[in-house]
Write a protein that binds this ligand. Structure first.
Ligand code: ADP
Ligand code: ASP
Ligand code: MG
Length: 385
């Protein structure tokens, strides 16, 4: 049985934590499992590397940022290998380049194209624990690339797919996927198991507990994923293929904070899309208000940067700051009366709705940032308590 275990930043921050992880990995190996371990940078390191970059460059991105950010994962990988050797087991660490984890050259947000499995499988067969740096790969010219924030989850599932792993276990600082972010909603409940589609939607709508692309890959290759705690080690939440009839269940609530809206008059949509791509703006919600009037919802920092770009080009966008988005996720949610019920709840509680959007698996409300926690608590009470 081949198992991939991925450890996030807080799980590998500091020597004591690395020791605990090393013990857990060895325990699992001793049960006869072939162990691949994917690690993130020690908690906070990627953020502080970005801060460092900002000290010397006002808008760091591209190749050099990836050169810098890829370092954190290598520190965790090498230290964990040493920790496992200390326990008397064989371990070897690899970075993205050494394993030829091939990505496109979309620096800072690269997509994995291929992962050769031979080297990993050979080492597993020789009795090694194979440790791999998450979050990174190389492009066709050998330049280091990174996969976007939170991307180590995606590395873990991609490696699992490449070697035909039986399961991917993602270890973090919570013991499962909850009905809402447990840091925001104290009464949030742990979910036992959730379908790929619902988890993709939860992650896409802001539940950062898993990188959205990791579950897209897991779904494509039908690999079961379990999210677990690296602190209590107890059974977590399974994310897998689930058979459901037509009945819809509300699964969870997701949030995205610090958003802003830009309303802008432009000749046509192509022109706007061109500007967005050129300036690397990731749009959360796009609406055409009238013929040549568009509204885009994006991160606050991105919106402010884009606002300046547009102004310099002679446009007059309207910027609304301090927004957030709350989404309720569940299969088939849009085809029953839940969106109507939720809208009514917001109205009753005098929470203004800037805009509403929905698809088959979620309904989202853009509301003021300072109403987000309140809306979360109210929705959670109505739907889950
Ligand atoms: P790691 O560094 O291990 O990858 P992350 O910080 O990326 O960890 O993800 C774990 C965090 O995700 C938790 O601390 C929790 O606050 C947050 N989170 C957001 N939404 C949820 C949710 N629905 N269920 C559980 N955790 C959530
Ligand atoms: N270290 C990277 C980040 O902080 C990748 C990851 O942790 O998944 O975003
Ligand atoms: Mg993460």
């Amino acid at each position: 049985m081949i198992v991939v275990q991925k450890f996030g930043g807080t799980s590998v921050k500091g020597t004591e934590r690395l020791r605990e992880v090393a013990k857990w990995v060895v325990e699992n190996k001793n049960k006869g499992k072939k162990m691949i371990v994917v690690v993130s940078a020690p908690g906070g390191m990627t953020d502080s590397l970005i801060e460092k970059a900002k000290e010397i460059n006002s808008n760091p991105r591209g190749r050099e940022l990836d050169m810098l950010l890829s370092v954190g994962e290598q520190i965790s990988a090498a230290l964990l290998a040493m920790g496992i050797e200390e326990l008397g087991e064989k371990a070897i660490s690899f970075n993205g380049s050494q394993l030829d984890i091939r990505t496109n050259n979309d620096y800072n947000n690269a997509k994995i194209l291929s992962i050769p499995s031979k080297k990993i499988l050979d080492k597993l067969n020789d009795g090694y624990v194979v440790i791999v740096t998450g979050f990174q790969g190389i492009d066709s010219e050998g330049n280091t690339t990174t996969l976007g924030r939170g991307g180590s989850d995606t590395s873990a599932v991609a490696i699992g797919a490449a070697v035909g792993a039986d399961k991917v276990e993602i270890y973090t600082d919570v013991d499962g996927v909850y009905t809402s972010d447990p840091r925001i909603v104290k009464k949030a409940r742990k979910i036992k198991s959730i379908s790929y589609d619902e988890m993709i939607e939860m992650a896409d709508k802001g539940a950062k507990v898993l990188h959205c692309r990791s579950i897209e890959l897991a779904s494509k290759y039908e690999i079961p994923v379990e999210l677990r705690s690296a602190f209590t080690w107890e059974e977590g939440t399974w994310i897998k293929k689930e058979k459901t009839m037509e009945n819809s269940v509300v699964r969870g609530i997701s949030n995205i904070s610090n958003l802003a809206n830009l309303r802008i008059n432009l000749k046509n949509m192509e022109e706007l899309v061109e500007h967005l791509e050129e300036n690397h703006i990731e749009v959360k919600l796009f609406q055409q208000l009238e013929n040549s009037k568009f509204s885009i919802l994006t991160g606050k920092e991105e919106a402010q940067r884009f606002y300046k770009v547009l102004k310099n080009r002679g446009y007059f966008p309207e910027l609304t700051d301090d927004l957030s988005m709350i989404s309720v996720v569940g299969l088939g949610i849009a085809s029953n009366n839940i969106p109507r019920k939720l809208t009514k709840i917001l109205n009753l509680n005098e929470i203004n709705i800037d805009s509403i959007s929905s698809n088959q698996t979620s309904v989202s409300y853009v509301i003021s940032q300072n109403k987000l926690n309140n809306a979360n608590a109210i929705f959670h009470r109505e739907l889950f308590e």
